[in-house]
Ligand binder design. Sequence first.
Ligand code: CA
Length: 367
Amino acid sequence: MKRRDFLKKAGVGAAAAAAATTVNAPFVHAKKKIKWKMVTTWPPKLPYLQTGAVRLAKRVEEMSGGQFKIRVYAGGELVPPFGSFEAVSKGTVQAGSGAAYYWAGKAPASQWFAAVPFGLNAVGMAAWFWGGDGLKLWEEVYAPFNLVPRPAGNTGVQMGGWFNKKINSIDDFKGLKMRIPGLGGKVLAKAGGTVVLTPGGEIFTNLERGVIDATEWVGPLHDYIMGFYKVAKYYYYPGWHEPGTVLENFFNKKAYDALPKEFQLMLDVATAETYNWMLSGFNADNGAALEKLISKHKVNLVRFPAKVLDQLRVLAGETLDEIAAQDKMAAKVHTNFKKFQKQVGIWGQVSEKAYYDVIAKKYSLKG
Ligand code: CA
């Protein structure tokens, strides 16, 4: 045998052996199995929000060949729902799932990463995070809390809510008792309404008994599950207060930094994939649920008058400016967000808006 042939054969053999080893044990270089805990703010089995977190854990486990396991706890199972931020910040657990506007009391700027009234929609938020400065700014806001944030889902445009009083003018908000949290609630209060903070489980009864006149929740899918169509006269749209609410995963920075690089990447990739899965699912299921609400349950679908939306938008602008005036980081994020919205807004006019105008004729709502 010539020397060259020998080397060729030996080389092929060695490569094949190496390939076999790689196939059989892809993570032999990982020092140890990783076990994490994730605490969410959601009730068990809440479609997309909780099930998205559970799905993420499953994806990471599968991607890592069982080497990286995340055990997911619903709100209250390990820590109270709104205790998740602190638990992950302190390193009691490694991961959390929620929505950034829940942490407004800790960091006012966090609200811009969840939902801004009259702000960016789901496509716009994704563009801001991954095509603009959004994610970088979010990391800056969470850094003092020892947290690494990641966009992990989006509800799409939410619905305006269920009302037992008709909204014909901005004055109809005066004295209106509505369950509407966050920045939307602040805008409603500016319009003269009364914000009632009702836990999810009590909204139906409060609406039925007239304790509240109106409530927003999510969109047709989740609203249908809550049964609001049984106790409210009008179903208003669009959800000006939550035009594309972002769900988040956040990781304890020390735990995240200590992960082997490939596990970090799996976590990031699986989280980004969950974002897409969630938004797609929301769109598909909301369409089907809305159809059922209209045709089967004869829900009275009403659009907010254009003038009312214009006036609410002015109040929203004032609300955001006021928050930004009181917090340096919020001001930085607000300025960046506004600039970005303007930038994509111009493009949106000639792309999505123009296209929707054309296609909407085929799917227009009756009445
Ligand atoms: Ca909502």
